[in-house]
Design a protein. Structure first.
Length: 90
């Protein structure tokens, strides 16, 4: 996306992933909350719904996504877990 001209900000626990993002034209955020701040959309690339919940609510990242922002969950999750997260995100 960054190479195509879209503004991309990302966060990863591994510093080398942030360096690769920056080399591709993106911005490596210093924290999860920084990655969510001021964005139109947040794409979560996690393993499961528990990790998504931890990021959104435990780490407080969702509170930094502006009103009207979109959360896109990329994980293998039971439908009921996704529906429960969606209700909390609304």
């Amino acid at each position: 996306l960054a190479r195509a001209g879209f503004a991309v900000t990302g966060f990863d626990l591994r510093p080398e992933a942030g360096a690769k993002l920056a080399a591709a034209g993106g911005v490596a955020a210093a924290s999860l909350t920084d990655a969510f701040a001021g964005q139109d959309a947040a794409v979560l690339m996690v393993v499961n719904a528990t990790q998504a919940e931890d990021i959104l609510f435990g780490a407080g990242a969702l509170a930094h996504l502006p009103e009207g922002g979109t959360v896109i969950l990329m994980a293998t999750c039971p439908p009921a877990a996704v529906a429960a997260l969606a209700r909390r995100v609304e």
